[in-house]
Unconditional design. Structure first.
Length: 251
């Protein structure tokens, strides 16, 4: 039986310029990463090629923060799945709450992007979560319905990471409670279990994620999706160490 690795992923969003991104990447590359931990970084589009080059001989996977649903065409300013694969990406973040709030992306477009990712051998990191804070059971029902609806709109299948990110916790002082996250994660796993092609899908938590959280949530979730906490490469390294520790406790 192959034991899955614990995930530590981070999106740098648009916080860093190109030079600072590469500084972060080089610092992250100096962290010892055991084979029980899978690490992923999502830089801005402009920094992807050099990030891939810097991390080529490391275990850190590189992805993009978004993509378009078509493989080619007159889509000014957009980036396609084939372009990301050619640049060396293995992952792509889709469905983030900011894409809905700022750019009006709806479930139909997100599902089309998921299909495009699978079509181009990219693993989607699918972000979803409830907008307002509510009880764990209510959040679980809402998030399960979001995932169920998205998957019903897709036509393909492949690797998938579901990033549970309650919108109200993004950028907040504290993460959602362990009980809350575990309840939602269990509901999401029930939905995924209904899709044989997604039997290996994994769930990570994001939203004010930081040190000490993963040991509270594991194995209900498979890892963390870090935001600004990871801007300090040393902090990112400490989460990698924590991920290694919880993975070791599971073996």
């Amino acid at each position: 039986m192959t034991l899955r690795r614990t995930i530590v992923a981070t999106s740098l969003k648009m916080y860093f310029g190109h030079a600072r991104t590469l500084e972060w990447v080089r610092a992250a590359a100096s962290v010892a990463i055991p084979d029980t931990v899978e690490t992923i970084v999502l830089p801005s589009f402009l920094s992807i090629p050099e990030t891939v080059a810097e991390l080529r001989d490391t275990p850190i996977g590189v992805g993009a923060q978004n993509m378009w649903s078509d493989d080619a065409g007159a889509f000014t300013g957009e980036v396609s799945g084939p372009q990301l694969r050619e640049a060396g990406c293995r992952f792509v973040e889709l469905g983030h709450a900011e894409r809905e709030r700022l750019f009006g992306e709806d479930a139909g477009l997100v599902a089309a992007k998921i299909d495009s990712a699978w079509r181009n051998d990219l693993c989607p990191i699918l972000c979803l979560g409830e907008k307002e804070e509510e009880t764990p059971d209510a959040a679980a029902r809402r998030c399960a319905e979001i995932l169920r609806d998205l998957l019903a709109r897709t036509t393909g299948g492949g690797d998938l990471i579901v990033a549970y990110e309650p919108v109200w916790a993004i950028g907040a002082p504290h993460a959602a409670s362990a009980e809350h996250v575990r309840t939602v994660a269990a509901a999401l796993r029930e939905v995924l279990a209904q899709h044989p092609a997604l039997k290996d899908a994994r769930i990570i938590y994001g939203g004010a994620a930081g040190e000490g959280l993963l040991e509270q949530l594991y194995p209900a979730v498979d890892g963390l999706f870090l935001g600004r906490f990871a801007h300090d490469p040393a902090a990112w390294g400490r989460i990698v160490e924590e991920a290694a520790a919880v993975a070791a406790s599971d073996r």
